[in-house]
Design a protein around this ligand. Structure first.
Ligand SMILES: C[S@@+](CC[C@H](N)C(=O)[O-])C[C@H]1O[C@@H](n2cnc3c(N)ncnc32)[C@H](O)[C@@H]1O
Length: 348
């Protein structure tokens, strides 16, 4: 709980990975949110001086990126899901507001290293998705059906020095075929977390991203036991993904109602989080069967999971199941089975 522009309780260089999705500048649903952070961002400013409004909104996000630079450890990563905005205003007409480019500029200015980003394709089913002058040229606009996942590193590549660190890294390996899919620059067919009733409404209100987004990013850019931070936590999708992946997490959220009942929401999501880990094993089994049917030999074996694997790097790969959650004041402690460590989720 709290304002991400000052991540005060978080110690310098104590976070391995940030996975987040901020309010999107110049997308109407977030106007009020930016006005609350800076009262000069009024409806009039947006209509009459959209470029100034765009910049003023990003200034608020800049403060958060500055804090991320402080709390992230050397070699740590920041992954930011952001969409560009299209908007019609009285003074500029229909225009694109390139949020992703503005954030890359801010992160480079803070000294982060930019890494290849991911295009998340989100096809729209809306019947009116084509904008502008229909079938007549020169007044129609390309439909935007993608968002970005920007990836940054602080300093040089992370070193894994001690034996324990090296072991944690080995246990956090992913399958060869997962590497091939996850490290593609185009993600599509990403499905959402299945929730009903009040929780589903809350996810809609915060424009929550699907569990699969933070699940993959956490698996790709951190190791088990690391601390993952989401400064714009919303419904805590990042914290849930972190729990599934046996990482600890911290979240900040300005809207108390959005983060309300995190413990209950987490509890309700445990079957889905566990099924995501089971699904990985099942999909790997299918991959092995297919490969063997093609007469291809998998040379290595993962004894803990009891399956063949493509490379020696996957031999120590471990997967977890959330056994139970326990509330300890402002911390939600998640117990993993059969081999997982305890991980803590700080609620304020
Ligand atoms: C795009 S949503 C994040 C959704 C989240 N990824 C999820 O899965 O639910 C952005 C969130 O940032 C929150 N927010 C806006 N300004 C904030 C600030 N200054 N500090 C912390 N949270 C803020 C909003 O209330 C909203 O819940």
């Amino acid at each position: 709980m709290g304002d991400a522009r000052t991540l005060k309780p978080v110690r310098d260089a104590s976070v391995a990975l940030v996975v987040t999705s901020p309010p999107y500048p110049m997308i109407a649903m977030w106007d009020e949110c930016f006005r609350l952070m800076d009262t000069t961002i009024t409806a009039e400013l947006i209509e009459e001086h959209p470029s100034k409004a765009f910049e003023a909104m990003h200034k608020q996000l800049d403060a958060v990126w500055r804090e991320c630079a402080r709390v992230i450890q050397p070699g740590g990563f920041v992954c930011i899901n952001i969409g560009d905005a299209t908007r019609s205003t009285a003074s500029a007409g229909f225009a694109l507001y390139p949020n992703h480019a503005r954030i890359i500029a801010a992160m480079l200015a803070l000294g982060f290293t930019a890494l290849p980003d991911i295009l998340w394709r989100k096809p729209s089913n809306a019947p009116n998705k084509f904008m502008g002058s229909g079938m007549l040229p020169a007044g129609a606009y390309v439909t935007y059906e993608h968002e970005y996942i920007l990836i940054f590193r602080k300093g040089l590549k992370r070193d894994f020095v001690s034996t324990a660190e090296k072991a944690r890294r080995q246990a956090s390996a992913f399958f060869w075929e997962e590497r091939n899919a996850w490290f593609s620059d185009l993600w599509q067919s990403i499905t959402g977390i299945k929730q009903t009733g009040d929780f589903a409404l809350r996810r809609e209100r915060t424009a929550a991203f699907p569990l699969e987004i933070p699940y993959r990013l956490i698996s790709m850019y951190s190791v088990q036991g690391d601390v993952v931070l989401d400064p714009f936590a919303g419904t805590n999708t990042t914290a849930m993904a972190a729990a599934a992946c046996a990482r600890s997490s911290l979240g900040f959220e300005i809207d108390e109602a959005a983060a309300d009942d995190f413990a209950a929401m987490m509890q309700a999501s445990v079957p889905e989080l566990n099924s995501r880990n089971h699904q990985r094993l099942e999909q790997h089994a299918q991959f092995v069967t297919k490969r063997q049917a093609e007469g291809k030999v998998l040379k290595h074996h993962n004894d803990d999971l009891g399956c063949a694997v493509m490379t020696s790097q996957e031999r120590q790969l471990m997967l977890w199941r959330i056994a139970r959650c326990e509330r300890l004041g402002s911390v939600l402690r998640v117990h993993h089975a059969p081999l997982g460590p305890q991980t803590d989720f700080h609620l304020d």
